[in-house]
Ligand binder design. Structure first.
Ligand SMILES: [Zn+2]
Length: 414
């Protein structure tokens, strides 16, 4: 076995042959002069052989993965060829994308590392500067996602997320069936979500959307119902529960403000207790809440109403759920608790968007799960200054396209 062949086999360099090797022990670099297998000259578009027009004067170099602490560099002078169909083009480079400075293998490692660790850690593992890494990553993801289209969208979830330390907002659209993110747009509100429907989906695709979930923001509701004619919109369960919890908390705050010093003692520590779902309460918690019946009637009333409302989610038939919610809202209105009454008004307004939950059991749970992953990405990077950098990582980790899988198969090794 010649040295060149040995190196080619060791580094698993497919579709290229090594012509010359130089190892600089002190600089810890391994320079490999390579050329495409069988002399190359293939058109990058149609893979037919073309006539050589020009050989570049300067050698180009590509960065490959580090081997035993040695930086591996590939050197080659690409040729310009004349393809009968595509005209004058640069020949196909089998180990890297056109005009890329890194090999596919390096790119694959970078994408996989960035999926599971912070960019700082990934940069350390790849022996490059962090700024270089984010630059390379952005270009890579942009190239791979270029021309990618949303497919087979039947159920969507819409939510908002903050970035840049909570100062700025982005709207995220999820594919609920496939549990992935299909779109990220700057800003929140109707204009942003409008852009998704106008730019990303055809009329046919919009008609295909059967289900949608979102929070109670009127902007999202309007946009979804305007654009998708066949959609059944179901308001997200978690957001409804959150609204009710907020109303109960407001009752507590009101009472706290009105209470005198001694009364306040009994109201202490109630906040989280009231938030808790009945199934997660200990006996002691229930006892404390029950004593409120004598201590503070209004908070007790709000809490009982909240507990009762939990049953709504267990109903399995439309008519029974409908009857339940009508009864509950009537009782709640009689309670004379202003925050609760406001909640009832919202519920009544959105009744036809809440009841379908009973039959479909559709919640934004998938979106909540993805949201959690997105938050981890955000925390790992300790915030993002630009939405582009954030979007890159969202698509890389929970996007609708498996990005590392798009690298040619032979180079998917680390
Ligand atoms: Zn061609």
């Amino acid at each position: 076995m010649t040295v060149n062949k040995f190196i080619r086999n060791l580094l698993n360099l497919k579709e290229l042959s090594v012509t010359h090797v130089e190892l600089h022990a002190r600089k810890r670099t391994l320079d490999l002069w390579v050329k495409p297998y069988k002399n190359g000259c293939l058109c990058p578009h149609c893979h037919r052989r073309g006539r050589i027009v020009r050989i570049m004067d300067e050698c180009r170099l590509w960065r490959d993965l580090t081997l035993y602490g040695c930086m591996v560099m590939l050197w080659y002078c690409p040729k310009e060829i004349m393809c009968p169909t595509h005209g004058r083009v640069q020949e196909n480079i089998p180990w890297a994308d056109d005009y890329a400075r890194i090999t596919y293998r390096f790119e694959y490692a970078m994408l996989v590392y960035c999926q599971i660790m912070s960019q700082k850690a990934a940069a350390q593992m790849l022996h490059i500067a962090q700024s270089t890494l984010s630059d390379l990553l952005h270009r890579s993801i942009e190239r791979i996602r270029d021309g990618h289209r949303i497919r087979d969208l039947k159920a969507i979830g819409v939510d908002e997320i903050s970035y840049c330390k909570g100062h700025k907002y982005a709207t995220i659209v999820y594919d609920i069936k496939k549990a992935c993110v299909v779109w990220v747009g700057k800003g929140k509100g109707e204009k942003t979500i409008d852009r998704f429907f106008k730019e990303m989906l055809s009329d046919y695709q919009k008609r295909k959307i059967k289900w949608a979930t979102c929070d109670m923001s009127q902007a999202y509701i309007n946009a979804i119902e305007n654009h998708c004619p066949n959609v059944t919109l179901i308001l997200d369960r978690f957001h409804i529960v959150k609204k009710l919890n907020e109303a109960v908390d407001e009752v507590r705050k009101e009472q706290w403000r009105e209470a005198s010093g001694d009364e306040r003692k009994t109201l202490k520590g109630l906040r989280w207790l009231l938030y808790r779902h009945s199934s997660k309460r200990s006996k002691k918690d229930t006892w404390i809440l029950n004593t409120l019946r004598k201590g503070n009637r209004r908070i007790h009333r709000a809490w009982v109403l909240k507990d009762e409302f939990e049953h709504f989610w267990d109903y399995k038939t439309h008519w029974a759920a409908d009857r339940f919610i009508k009864r509950w809202t009537t009782t709640a209105l009689k309670s004379r608790l202003e925050p609760i009454r406001r909640f009832v008004k919202t519920i009544r307004k959105h009744m036809h968007r809440i009841l379908p939950y009973v039959e479909t059991r559709m919640t934004n749970a998938v979106a909540e799960g993805l949201n959690r992953i997105i938050k981890i990405i955000k925390n790992r990077a300790s915030g993002f200054r630009t939405l582009e950098a954030f979007t890159d990582l969202i698509f890389l980790t929970v996007g609708d396209l498996n990005i590392p899988e798009q690298i040619p198969k032979d180079f998917r090794t680390i």
